[in-house]
Write a protein that binds this ligand. Structure first.
Ligand code: SF4
Length: 390
């Protein structure tokens, strides 16, 4: 009965011309699985994750494919060639076309799903240019925020001098004014289209949006509330987050954090990196790490959640110094169940600081995670930046 309303979510098996397909749809995405292959689309028709021939992949909003590979047991995302990406796009389109035909011929409300698959059949070669018109590259997000809706209300990093970080060397720090932020947000919403339903939470990019003047941040939060009202489903329901740092965030008084919490900010992610002040200095990052204790107390008093990020992979005597000092500082932060610690293996050697090979960096991260659990009772997880995709 074409034209009837399909259920908001469901699962079924469909007989395609040459095989049986497991088909699942819900408010956030559409999934098809067959013979060990799997494709997940958002409702704008973008494939965003899947498996082809046993090869797991992710696809960025810009249309770039990355394959999950496991060199020496580290599961990281490795960019695929553009030609590979085009082949996989066409493969997903063919599958969507088959699905649409079978659904269209089905009886009952399933037939009403067929028109909804039209975007999955469309040519996706415009995804890259469309992304570049709206965003500068999204360099990194915290690992539990990879599916956020990113609003790039500020660009770059106000510090931009840490020797281990090259994320924002291509741009200066620039907070957008209200008009530019509104235009950017509208462009993001248009770019995502119905695919916005996949997104959980909102992330204020880039490196430290909270370094902008407080009144500017409040304007941004206000814009978000207008676009995503309290009673409407949407990414805001899972909160609004941002990075912060010891230099700018450490100076902020309790009233700053309370204002942002009242404005709808849910939590912040602090790149502490190490608890050792001398090592932090050698990494070119402002401290001292002790400053985090009072800063995190102020943030938590405002009712905000905190994610703390540590590095891992220092060689020689630095390994023990880093571990001991980091555990000591994290133990004094007063973190609770709503907070998180992430341990991130170094990728690329910082100037003047000796680090381990990639496997050693990961092993040290595992050791720090285990020590945090054992000695501080603090749950921590691995944060491998080579798994990031937006
Ligand atoms: S680590 Fe953070 S503060 Fe340092 S340069 Fe990178 S983004 Fe900026």
């Amino acid at each position: 009965m074409a034209g009837s309303t399909p259920p908001a979510s469901g699962t079924c098996r469909l007989q395609l011309p040459d095989r049986v397909c497991f088909f699942r749809w819900g408010p956030r995405s559409v999934v098809a699985g067959l013979d060990g292959d799997l494709v997940c689309w958002d409702w704008s028709g973008r494939p965003w994750a899947g498996v082809w021939d046993g090869r797991s992949w992710r696809r960025s909003l810009a249309g770039a494919y990355l394959e999950l590979s496991a060199p020496r047991r580290a599961r990281i995302l490795v960019p695929c060639s553009a030609e590979q990406g085009r082949r996989w796009d066409r493969r997903a389109q063919r599958l969507a076309r088959d699905l649409q035909q079978v659904l269209g011929a089905a009886r009952g409300p399933l037939a009403a799903l067929a028109p909804g698959l039209e975007p999955m059949i469309r040519d996706r070669s415009g995804d890259g240019p469309a992304f570049s018109r709206v965003y500068q590259p999204i360099s990194i997000l915290p690992p539990d925020r990879y599916l956020s809706l990113v609003l790039q209300f500020s660009r770059g990093c106000p510090w931009n001098r840490c020797t281990f970080c090259h994320f924002y060397r291509d741009r200066d720090f620039r907070p957008l004014d209200r008009a530019a932020a509104r235009a950017h947000m509208e462009a993001v919403i248009e770019l995502l289209g119905p695919g916005i339903s996949l997104r959980r939470g909102i992330f204020l990019a880039d490196a430290n949006a909270l370094a902008a003047p407080p009144s500017r941040i409040e304007q941004w939060l206000d814009l978000i509330h207008q676009a995503f009202p309290d009673d409407a489903p949407g990414p805001r329901a899972q909160g609004i987050y941002s990075f912060t740092d010891l230099l700018t965030g450490g100076e902020q008084q309790p009233d700053f954090w309370r204002r942002l919490a009242r404005g709808g900010l849910t939590g912040v992610y602090l790149g502490l990196e190490t608890g050792d002040g001398e090592l932090l200095e050698r990494l070119g990052k402002p401290g001292p790490p002790d400053r985090a204790v009072e800063m995190v107390a102020r943030i938590k008093q405002a009712g905000l959640r905190v994610g703390v990020i540590l590095l891992a992979g220092f060689a020689g005597s630095l390994a023990a110094i880093h571990r001991r000092a980091s555990l000591e500082v994290v133990g004094r932060l007063g973190l609770d169940r709503g907070d998180r610690v992430f341990v991130s293996p170094l990728v690329g050697a910082p100037d003047g600081v000796e680090i381990l090979d990639p496997e050693g960096c990961r092993e040290q991260a595992r050791q720090v995670i285990e020590a945090l659990r054992r000695e501080c009772g603090q749950r921590a997880v691995l944060y491998d930046i080579r798994r990031f995709v937006y």
